[in-house]
Design a protein around this ligand. Structure first.
Ligand code: SF4
Length: 727
């Protein structure tokens, strides 16, 4: 067994309890930053979703007591959804993790950190660098994510680490990288207001991104709003056209639209010739997607297909938006690229009100994608590229030989490796896979096999924390500072405005302490504060599509209402507007600067209906008042009043009649993997043969079938076979 480094935490700082009295600020404990003025107002970015709303935080004696939406912030223009309004209140929950917990007992930080390093080193020493992995989240700040990725890989020597972004945005990443040459969502939120046709595919912004929907409502052009969704969602109800296709027939529909647009003269030939590659092959591929075939496979009528194509063809500024209905599919990357293909072939990109636009999920999903050192080397670089490793080594001051020369396994592959016994330890940071991962019982069976399971989280009560050998108590949003990158690539700063409870520490400081205990603290001597890490990441971004070297620092982010990437200086001058979209010059990030048409033949989802399981279960966001696994939002009494007390299954009246089930009756939903008892909501919002459950309830993923998009490795939560029985 390896011995711990010569200088231990005790020697470095003295006992933590004494330090708390003497030097609390050294750990980010007990004080709010001096940059705040007591009894004033400061500005923050909401820490729930990727919209990235600006909030005004009202202070008394230097500490937050209330908040209101920021009317000057270019994202939300004075509005906030219920989650944002409750952001401070969820911090006061009694189940906050206040002390480290080792095998169910509270311990001090010194004991916890010694144990963490001891166990991780033992496993890595005995079984090699692939035996331990980390899984993190787009919920922590981008400086923290970068620190975690750098610490785990460069400092501790791990190879594998991924984020829960894999459940959310991996598809958009894979699609953009191949089609545009970089993970580059092209839009700015002003595009919601500047389109005359908005096409939402597998997206329900009324519920999932309500403030973005407010931007749609501000559109003064009386736009056509088209929704493609098997369910009649809240957004579909507000749309001018709704296409309720069969579940997971979206890829066929999108190819069918391309076919019609080509046939009817809807191609922007000048744009295609000047700025794309592969159109001829795409044109010949979609020749097979005749209206007859497409209508048979999607359930649409030929008239509706023609109307849909005609609306796109006649639109002057058409924007295409997608989110989890596309990203969480068995052929998700090709589906996202089929949307991109439509934007490219009609020339709807790089102009106001256009774009092939993936809406992200978590507050820092974009930071996770580019700066987490998981699938990308810091700053959107490639671990396998020697020049990239050299560049990042120089920018960070790390020895180049400490940078892995291969990709991490994806999330599902790490879990599979844990099942096979090659991964023996996993360190989860601010994520709750015992609730959120697909086929939950299987996930939990595998987690229980681990030699060492660490959870670093705000709450010690999550389903995953309850299974952990070691829980490290973390500060939450508002209790630490750093930046998020939102859906439109805007980097926004959020300050510390509250004390964290007990001895909970900012994730940033936990990583600093682990670096020290591990004995690699010297490698991170420049990483003392989030803003110093921001500077390191600026250097990493130089020359990349996501360059942020032109940002002066946190002060500019606060002053300017956030800054979108790319943000480089031009001849030493800041010449940028605060609302920018990409590709206005028609140049993409591929080698030949052309966007690429990517496509594949549709295949049927892996789990099909059968006599025993005749219904298709879809899952999704059920309310704007809850966030993901309800780890935080579940603590708010206000938000709890806005959702049903019990889990409710949407069931079509025809199916209800056939089963003899009435609205509000209790039923069992049964899949091959599990059964749940729920209440029914009989509604024509789902079609016959289809049922729907919101994902927030901790039991729903017991039912879901674990299938993955082969290109993005993102799980498909939208197509599991079930049956329903009366209790
Ligand atoms: Fe805005 Fe999202 Fe926060 Fe709601 S949760 S206030 S939409 S950032």
């Amino acid at each position: 067994m390896l011995t711990l480094p010569a200088m231990t935490f005790r020697e470095w700082t003295g006992p933590l309890t004494a330090d708390l009295v003497r030097e609390p600020a050294r750990f980010g404990l007990g004080q709010v930053p001096s940059r705040l003025v007591p009894d004033a107002t400061t500005k923050a970015i909401c820490g729930f979703c990727s919209t990235g709303c600006g909030l005004k935080i009202h202070l008394k004696d230097g500490e937050a007591i209330n908040l209101t939406p920021d009317a000057d912030y270019p994202v939300n223009l004075g509005t906030a959804c219920p989650k944002g309004w409750e952001a401070l209140n969820v911090l006061d929950a009694p189940d906050r993790a206040r002390m480290p917990i080792l095998h169910g007992k509270e311990v001090d930080w010194d004991t916890a950190l010694r144990y963490f390093c001891d166990q991780m080193k033992r496993i890595l020493d005995q079984h090699g660098p692939e035996a331990a992995a980390f899984l993190s989240t787009g919920q922590i700040m981008f400086e923290e994510m970068a620190f975690l990725g750098a610490l785990a890989k460069f400092g501790m020597g791990m190879i594998h680490g991924d984020g829960n972004t894999r459940q959310c945005m991996a598809t958009a990443v894979a699609a953009y990288k191949e089609s545009f040459g970089f993970d580059a969502p092209p839009f700015t939120y002003a595009d919601f207001e500047e389109s005359d046709v908005l096409v939402f595919v597998g997206a329900n912004p009324c519920i999932a991104h309500p403030i973005m929907w407010q931007r749609v409502l501000r559109n003064k052009r009386q736009p056509e709003i088209i929704v493609v969704d098997p369910r009649t969602t809240e957004t579909a109800m507000a749309a001018t056209q709704h296409y309720a296709i069969k579940p997971k027939s979206d890829l066929t529909l999108l190819y069918g639209l391309a076919h019609r647009l080509i046939r009817d003269g809807g191609v922007d030939k000048a744009f295609v010739e000047a700025h794309t590659s592969g159109f001829e092959a795409f044109e010949s591929f979609v020749a097979d997607f005749t209206p007859e075939r497409v209508c048979a496979e999607t359930g649409l009528s030929t008239e509706h297909l023609a109307l849909f194509a005609r609306t796109i063809r006649q639109g002057k500024a058409v924007s295409f938006w997608w989110t989890m209905g596309v990203n969480q599919g068995h052929q998700a990357t090709r589906t996202a690229q089929a949307i991109i293909n439509l934007a490219l072939m009609t020339g709807n990109i790089g102009k106001p009100g256009t774009g092939a636009n993936s809406i992200t999920g978590q507050c820092n999903a974009m930071g996770s994608r580019l700066f987490s050192n998981t699938t990308n080397l810091l700053g959107g670089h490639d671990f396998r590229n020697a020049a990239h490793r050299e560049k990042v080594a120089k920018a960070t001051g790390m020895p180049v030989e400490r940078i892995p020369d291969r990709q991490s396994l994806a999330y599902d592959q790490i879990i599979q490796a844990a099942d096979e016994g090659t991964v023996k330890a996993i360190w989860f940071v601010a994520t709750n896979p015992s609730h959120s991962w697909i086929d939950q019982n299987e996930m939990n069976r595998i987690l229980d096999k681990l030699d060492f399971l660490v959870v670093q989280d705000m709450y010690c009560s999550t389903e995953t924390a309850k299974r952990a050998h070691l829980v490290l108590p973390a500060a939450g949003w508002g209790e630490k500072e750093g930046c998020f990158i939102n859906s439109e690539r805007r980097i926004g700063y959020s300050p510390k405005v509250r004390r964290a409870p007990g001895q909970a520490l900012a994730d940033f400081h936990i990583f600093r302490l682990i670096a020290h205990y591990w004995g690699c603290g010297e490698m991170f001597r420049e990483w003392q504060t989030p803003e110093e890490v921001f500077r390191v990441l600026q250097r990493c971004s130089e020359g990349q599509a996501c360059e942020i070297t032109g940002i002066e620092g946190y002060a500019q982010l606060i002053r300017s209402g956030g800054v979108q990437w790319p943000a480089e200086m031009t001849n030493g001058e800041w010449r940028m507007t605060n609302e920018r979209r990409l590709f206005e010059d028609g140049k993409f990030f591929t080698e030949d600067q052309r966007a690429k048409f990517c496509f594949d033949e549709p295949v049927v989802p892996p789990e099909q209906r059968c006599a025993e399981f005749p219904l298709i279960l879809m899952t999704g966001r059920g309310t704007s008042a809850q966030w993901h696994t309800e780890t935080r939002t579940g603590k708010s009494a206000v938000l709890a009043k806005m959702v049903p007390e019990e889990l409710m299954l949407d069931l079509n009246p025809e199916d209800a009649a056939a089963l003899g089930v009435r609205d509000g009756q209790r039923v069992r939903v049964i899949s091959k993997r599990a059964e749940l008892t729920v209440l029914t909501r009989v509604t024509s919002c789902v079609k016959p043969g289809e049922v729907y459950l919101p994902m927030h309830d901790g039991r729903v993923n017991q039912l879901t079938h674990a299938s993955f998009d082969p290109l993005s490795r993102q799980p498909s939560y939208k197509h599991s076979a079930v049956r329903v029985e009366l209790v």
